[in-house]
Ligand binder design. Structure first.
Ligand code: TMP
Length: 205
């Protein structure tokens, strides 16, 4: 089973991914918690490169390609082998993030990104994706105290486009993407998520 978490900055998705990981561990499952960009040594190096401030202009196309390169390392060297060994994989962000951020946020062509995602993942798609949705104002107020990376520093309008983009993507893949109201309390959100996962496990996904 391959599960991904998506959402704008400050949505609480990483907290939920960690809670689900702990729940699987406690229940005795073999489970891997990973993230994008990142997850393998090379992909983590790319993460550092992509998210840090540069002196020269960072072309949007370069950003897109680097996310794809990191995804290719991640899929080939971590996700596919883990799934093949029978483990459950939970990833904090995956392909939908590129559609939302580079597609809807940066306004790069969606269809081309879908094609690149297809190439970078070899066609691997999550079994279930939890989109933790919150208004941008709430996300911003949650992250303002932490050190922000190059993408987090983008303005309100950018993040509004990303949020709307995620909701569009969810409409396109309703059988895979579950929208969760991220304004609720952490425990309530987790209870919703874990019930959905348990149901899917019982029904063999
Ligand atoms: P994180 O803060 O959730 O770890 O994600 C790192 C940043 O990278 C976040 O601002 C979203 C951004 N991102 C993209 O713009 N495109 C992508 O494909 C991915 C995976 C992340």
């Amino acid at each position: 089973m391959f599960i991904t978490f998506e959402g704008i900055e400050g949505s609480g998705k990483s907290t939920q991914a960690k809670l689900l990981h702990e729940w699987f561990l406690d229940a005795g499952y073999e489970v891997v918690l990973t993230r994008e960009p990142g997850g393998t040594p090379a992909a983590e190096e790319l993460r550092e490169f992509i998210l840090s401030e540069r002196e020269e202009n960072f072309p949007e196309m370069a950003e897109l390609m680097l996310y794809m390169a990191a995804r290719s390392f991640h899929v080939q060297n971590l996700i596919k082998p883990a799934l093949a060994s029978g483990a459950i994989v939970i990833s904090d962000r995956f392909s939908d993030a590129t559609l939302a951020y580079q597609g809807y946020g940066r306004e790069l062509p969606i269809e081309e990104i879908e094609h690149l995602n297809q190439l970078a993942t070899g066609g691997l798609s999550p079994d279930i994706t939890f989109l933790i949705d919150i208004p941008v104002e709430i996300g911003f107020s949650r992250i303002k105290r932490r050190k922000q990376d190059r993408i987090e520093k983008e303005n309100f309008e950018f993040h509004e486009k990303v949020r709307k983009g995620y909701l569009e993507i969810a409409k396109r893949y309703p059988e895979r993407i579950v929208i969760i109201d991220g304004r609720k309390r952490t425990v309530e959100i987790f209870s919703e998520i874990h019930q959905i996962v348990e149901r899917r496990l019982k029904n063999g996904i």
